[in-house]
Design a protein around this ligand. Structure first.
Ligand SMILES: *[C@@H]1O[C@H](CO)[C@@H](O)[C@H](O)[C@H]1NC(C)=O
Ligand SMILES: *[C@@H]1O[C@H](CO)[C@@H](O)[C@H](O)[C@H]1NC(C)=O
Ligand SMILES: *[C@@H]1O[C@H](CO)[C@@H](O)[C@H](O)[C@H]1NC(C)=O
Ligand SMILES: *[C@@H]1O[C@H](CO)[C@@H](O)[C@H](O)[C@H]1NC(C)=O
Ligand SMILES: *[C@@H]1O[C@H](CO)[C@@H](O)[C@H](O)[C@H]1NC(C)=O
Ligand SMILES: *[C@@H]1O[C@H](CO)[C@@H](O)[C@H](O)[C@H]1NC(C)=O
Ligand SMILES: *[C@@H]1O[C@H](CO)[C@@H](O)[C@H](O)[C@H]1NC(C)=O
Ligand SMILES: *[C@@H]1O[C@H](CO)[C@@H](O)[C@H](O)[C@H]1NC(C)=O
Ligand SMILES: *[C@@H]1O[C@H](CO)[C@@H](O)[C@H](O)[C@H]1NC(C)=O
Ligand SMILES: *[C@@H]1O[C@H](CO)[C@@H](O)[C@H](O)[C@H]1NC(C)=O
Ligand SMILES: *[C@@H]1O[C@H](CO)[C@@H](O)[C@H](O)[C@H]1NC(C)=O
Ligand SMILES: *[C@@H]1O[C@H](CO)[C@@H](O)[C@H](O)[C@H]1NC(C)=O
Length: 611
């Protein structure tokens, strides 16, 4: 289906984007003033607004890419045909708008153009009166794909039965404009399972799959960056609260088996078997995780747009530019601690991670004389990472149970890869202090991940440049659950942050910072939430979440603060929007997730929701 012109540009929902691009005015969050028992809840992620509306002059097209109800959609992605618009465009943005009503899990969704993942998002959990959200995303980094016909594959696996009643109705539009904002990659090659010919999702699931592909690079590649999209599910969803593998049975009698391989994860990229760079992941929390009351209506940081960290592989170009296939492999490691003083990267992790990658390749336009065709591998300086750990399990001989487990893991790694003018360096630090007490019913993890990477080489403007990117992902999460004869409770407190600063410099739009050029981003969420579920009955989850946000990028700054209590925004920047209270009968609905284990990553996995 194809529509010309501005037909899909209507009134903006709760967004007020009019001035968003050049001032502090951005989202206007819905505020409560009185109880309303019938309205649809606006859920949102706090982020710097992205303009969707095309200008009235020049190339200006909006296409409907998808309008689809994801009901019984597990293993059945939406598949559509995309034909590029006829006008001369260099800028593409998408508007994803989703509605849902009923009870449902939060779901992961991945969008592909043929075999290449271009967007990873997740859904909010609906209420009986319904929810709606819109996320607008810059997509110009995929221009090389948008310029050609593609299959659009949107994989949002959902299930409907007598308990889980909510489908996700998704509308996806794309705007095409010409804005001359700078160069983006000329060629994009997928590191994926390449299933689009079968109308299927191209994600690898690791460790089950061997995430290895062969790629042939163009001979005139001048700069290349690999982005990696990866998030944990099931036993790896709450990886940052996992324990050392020797402690998975410590509280078997009270909370069941724990997930192992430690709370440390490293995603590794290998080119022809050589380590080319690593990613120490951000602890994403989906809307059904930890306690659902935290994430309604403010979803967790990045829940609607999972960032893809990047590894500059330009130092490998002399090796790659021989016109022959080379192998690219993505692996995920945790830690093994086989004895009291031994610690090392594990060859595998629990089940499972959803993984893809892709290469963004910038071609030499002929003005550069540097020869990248030596066939030589780069110089690698990648010493073994340094790890240390402590653990202390306290057993009470009188009661015969393990009472507490405290553990701590520290990690540090440096990596430097050089070839001629091109270099890629990383310096990463990690620490996690975990404590389980009350026989495992209560668990707190304080985790810090920080890092700096530097890429040097010839930028997209043909000149030598350097780009430095630093990040910090602290999280402090304390969750306590209790089981009564006929009820379940969870009490949780969280304080977490995502900070990224980058000098920019090499050009292109980053899949990690989501912008081109320098950025200074800091988003912090903190609060508490409570969950109460009656066995075989209904459940409720209340919460108090604050989100402080600052981003300077593209020459403008966006600052905001939002606080929501029990499903309603009580403090927010900007004018009051529409009322958005959930009904009394549906007050702070509990989780779509069906067990304490699915919400917290530990505890009973039996179904707590029977209607
Ligand atoms: C996004 O799309 C939805 C429906 O498809 C529409 O209601 C909304 O106004 C659009 N938002 C923007 C910013 O274009
Ligand atoms: C509640 O919301 C509905 C739908 O948005 C609206 O029509 C109604 O006037 C609101 N009621 C009150 C009391 O504000
Ligand atoms: C979703 O779409 C279906 C089919 O068009 C429709 O019956 C249903 O009311 C929609 N649900 C929501 C929440 O918009
Ligand atoms: C995408 O895949 C289809 C067939 O599945 C193919 O016809 C088309 O050429 C591919 N597009 C690109 C840009 O490779
Ligand atoms: C993964 O695939 C690559 C390339 O086909 C192969 O060399 C490697 O042995 C495989 N690894 C495993 C663990 O099967
Ligand atoms: C205490 O922890 C140890 C080590 O994991 C385990 O073998 C033992 O079964 C645990 N004791 C109880 C009562 O769960
Ligand atoms: C832990 O509990 C599970 C069932 O809850 C059982 O299958 C497993 O054998 C137990 N492990 C130990 C070491 O007791
Ligand atoms: C050990 O368990 C017993 C019986 O539950 C309890 O009275 C005692 O306080 C516990 N000891 C410690 C050190 O916690
Ligand atoms: C989590 O917080 C609760 C309440 O403040 C406290 O009782 C508990 O000890 C904390 N849990 C851990 C493991 O620190
Ligand atoms: C994490 O970093 C903060 C400062 O950013 C520091 O206060 C805290 O002690 C660190 N925590 C750990 C477990 O290293
Ligand atoms: C739960 O159990 C308590 C005490 O046994 C009882 O008073 C209460 O009515 C029960 N609640 C439900 C919903 O069954
Ligand atoms: C939020 O809900 C909880 C549980 O129902 C309640 O204890 C708390 O007072 C509510 N907070 C506000 C501000 O209404």
């Amino acid at each position: 289906m194809r529509f010309l012109g501005n037909v899909f540009i209507g009134l903006l929902g709760f967004y007020s984007l009019a001035n968003a691009f050049n001032s502090n005015v951005g989202h206007s969050y819905p505020r409560s003033s009185a109880a309303n028992t019938s309205s649809v809840l606006d859920v949102f992620e706090v982020y710097k607004p992205v303009e969707f509306d095309p200008p009235s002059q020049g190339c200006s097209e909006v296409l409907l890419l998808m309008e689809h109800e994801f009901a019984l959609s597990y293993g059945k992605p939406f598949v559509g045909d995309y034909m590029p618009p006829q006008c001369d465009f260099d800028t593409v943005r998408i508007n994803l708008t989703v509605t849902s009503k009923g009870r449902q899990f939060d779901r992961l969704a991945v969008m592909y153009l043929n075999d290449t993942e271009v967007f990873r998002t997740s859904t909010a959990e609906p209420t009986t009166n319904g929810i709606i959200w819109t996320y607008v995303k810059e997509m110009s980094q995929y221009l090389a794909l948008w310029k050609n016909p593609q299959k659009i594959i949107f994989d949002l696996g959902n299930l409907i039965d007598s308990t889980y009643t909510g489908p996700f109705n998704v509308t996806l539009t794309a705007s095409f404009t010409k804005e001359d904002k700078g160069r983006v990659a000329d060629v994009i090659l997928p590191i994926s399972a390449r299933q689009s010919a079968k109308n299927a999702s191209s994600a690898f699931t690791v460790p089950g799959d061997n995430a290895t592909v062969s790629l042939t690079f163009p001979k005139n590649a001048q700069r290349a960056v690999i982005s990696i999209s990866a998030c944990g599910q099931i036993g790896e969803e709450f990886w940052w609260s996992n324990v050392l593998s020797q402690d998975t049975d410590d509280f078997n009698s009270t909370i069941g088996e724990l997930y192992g391989y430690s709370p440390f994860r490293e995603i590794q990229l290998f080119i022809d078997g050589i380590l080319a760079g690593v990613v120490w992941p951000f602890p994403i929390i989906f809307t059904g995780g930890v306690a659902p009351g935290f994430w309604r209506p403010i979803v967790g940081i990045d829940a609607f747009d999972l960032r893809e960290p990047e590894i500059d592989i330009s130092p490998f170009l002399p090796l790659l530019a021989n016109g022959k296939p080379h192998t690219f492999q993505i692996k995920i490691a945790g830690l093994n601690t086989p004895s009291a003083d031994a610690i090392s990267l594990s060859e595998t992790v629990g089940s499972y991670w959803v993984v893809t990658g892709k290469a963004f390749i910038y071609l030499d336009d002929g003005t550069n004389t540097n020869s990248l065709t030596s066939g030589q591998p780069p110089t690698i300086d990648a010493p073994d990472p340094e790890f240390s750990f402590t653990r202390n399990l306290v057993y009470n001989a009188t009661s015969g149970v393990n009472e507490t487990l405290s553990y701590s893991v520290k990690a540090h790694r440096t990596l430097k890869i050089t070839s001629g003018q091109n270099s890629w360096t990383q310096d990463l630090s990690f620490s996690n202090d975990g404590l389980l007490n009350q026989d495992g019913l209560s668990q707190r993890n304080i985790q810090n991940t920080t890092g700096t990477s530097t890429a040097s080489g010839i930028g997209t403007d043909g000149k030598f440049a350097k780009e430095r990117t630093s990040f910090s992902y602290p999280i402090d999460a304390n969750t306590t659950y209790g089981l009564g004869a006929n009820y379940t409770i969870i009490d949780a407190a969280i304080d977490r942050e995502l900070q990224i600063s980058s000098t920019g410099g090499l050009g292109g739009i980053s899949t990690y910072t989501l912008v081109s050029g320098p950025i200074d981003l800091k988003t912090r969420q903190w609060g508490s939430a409570h969950y109460f579920g009656i066995s075989g009955g209904s459940s409720t989850s209340s919460g108090d979440t604050s989100n402080e946000f600052h981003e300077s990028s593209g020459g403008t700054t966006y600052d905001t603060f939002v606080r929501a209590v029990n499903g309603t925004v009580v403090t927010g920047n900007g004018p009051a929007g529409s009322l958005s209270l959930v009904t009394q009968g549906d007050l702070y609905p509990g989780s779509g997730r069906s067990s304490i284990r699915s919400i917290l990553g530990r505890g009973p996995s039996s179904n707590i929701l029977r209607r």
